[in-house]
Design a protein around this ligand. Structure first.
Ligand code: SAM
Length: 385
């Protein structure tokens, strides 16, 4: 059952945010058109291969190649550019145009808004290497890392910690912590997939909350990657006062093994808040993880998690184009009704999954009617006993 929202994010989903999302909607489809023109239309692939060739998982080197190709076709069909003909081929019925063949508009935009490079530059890089993802099943992130490891780590750090489209997600989590502090002391918090520490970095900008961290019981900062934990540990040691930093325990935790490997610190009824900032949809078995998390929470604890909400392809693909080229985006188990797509879920799928795992009440951010406008947000969910 959806509850009335307890957090106000109206100062975060504002005109500047609207502009941010608008930029994404303006520039990413141009890159997607270029990918399709360069790798499907210009080489004549639509005439050479049938719909079956493109949409049969067996004909692709791996899941990444299959899904990114399927998503491209879904996108252009939904936009009315492509149809399937009776003899089983894709046909262009509305031209797909390269609106910026030499990146002039994009470069001019980046020149006057250098901070936009965080996301747009990585998307440009992906556009330029995507043939290896589409036809060889390689991982775009790994390709970039093989090219220049340090640079790729830096890009990953910037992307996860500072991408403006995700800022409401970070604030949602912080405001849940703040609300809890009004009524509870000695907070015990678990963050899974904390990576480069987007939540903690945002917290460090808030002096009051940073000071309050010193009064927490613990903040478990966990991730599957030791390298990311090391990056975060260093950054936080440098940017937090010692007494606040001391309350953070850094641990490698694989969330896919949480139930068999529940770390000692994550016993039943242990946590006031469990946080997943852009990670829950990436896990293999969502139901298993949610059920374990419900047990880890105190009866009056809360789960807060963030993500983008899946919408119809023509609205949404630009927002998952980047992730769609990473192998890590395709680990999830599909389940009819609960999960029709790998990666991001729809709001309806989230609701069903939460209720099944025993989170009968939840709050949705942004408000349901704004999800199409602002697809990035999160959910606060309450365990039912
Ligand atoms: C998109 S990033 C999340 C961003 C994160 N909030 C940050 O600030 O970096 C996903 C994170 O989840 C982690 N992750 C992926 N699968 C995981 C798993 N099975 N267990 C734990 N962490 C996982 C990744 O290492 C990565 O840091």
């Amino acid at each position: 059952m959806e509850k009335q929202n307890s957090v106000d994010l109206s100062d975060v989903y504002d005109a500047a945010y609207e502009q941010e999302i608008g930029d994404y909607r303006k520039f990413v489809p141009v890159l997607i058109n270029q990918v399709f023109l360069r790798h499907f239309i210009e080489p004549g692939l639509l005439e050479q291969k049938s719909c079956e060739d493109f949409l049969n998982p067996e004909t692709h080197p791996n899941k990444t190649a299959f899904f990114i190709i399927k998503k491209l076709f879904d996108y252009f069909i939904d936009k009315g550019n492509l149809i399937q003909t009776e003899d089983g081929f894709f046909k262009v019925v509305k031209p797909i145009i390269d609106e910026d063949p030499n990146d002039e508009k994009l470069n001019a935009h980046l020149k006057s808004n250098p901070e936009k490079r965080i996301i747009l530059q990585i998307l440009i890089n992906i556009r330029d290497i995507i043939d290896k993802v589409l036809f060889k099943g390689e991982d775009a992130m790994l390709l970039m890392a093989n090219n220049n490891f340090r640079e790729a780590m830096k890009v990953w750090e910037q992307l996860n910690a500072y991408a403006q489209v995700k800022v409401p997600c970070h604030h949602l989590v912080l405001r849940v912590i703040k609300n809890r502090l009004k009524t509870h002391k000695n907070l015990n918090i678990f963050e899974g997939g904390a990576g480069v520490g987007a939540v903690m970095r945002e917290l460090s900008n808030d002096k009051e909350l940073t000071d309050q961290l010193a009064g927490f019981k613990q903040y478990y900062f966990t991730d599957i990657s030791l390298s990311l934990i090391k990056i975060s540990r260093e950054w936080l040691r440098e940017h937090l006062p010692a007494e606040s930093y001391d309350k953070i325990t850094f641990k490698v935790v694989n969330l896919d093994k949480l139930e068999i490997n529940t770390p000692d610190f994550a016993k039943e009824n242990a946590f006031d808040i469990v946080i997943f900032e852009h990670v829950l949809y990436d896990l293999i078995d969502l139901h298993k993880t949610l059920t374990t998390v419900r047990k880890m929470l105190k009866p009056d604890g809360v789960l807060v998690f963030t993500m983008a909400y899946r919408l119809r392809p023509r609205e949404f693909f630009p927002f998952e184009f980047m992730q769609s080229t990473f192998q890590s985006y395709y680990t999830a188990k599909l389940e009819p009704e609960y999960r029709e797509n790998i990666g991001y879920l729809t709001i309806d799928e989230w609701e069903k999954s939460l209720v099944r795992a025993g989170f009968l009440t939840y709050e949705v951010y942004p408000a349901r009617e704004d999800i199409e406008k602002w697809p990035y947000g999160g959910i606060i969910a309450y365990p039912s006993t």
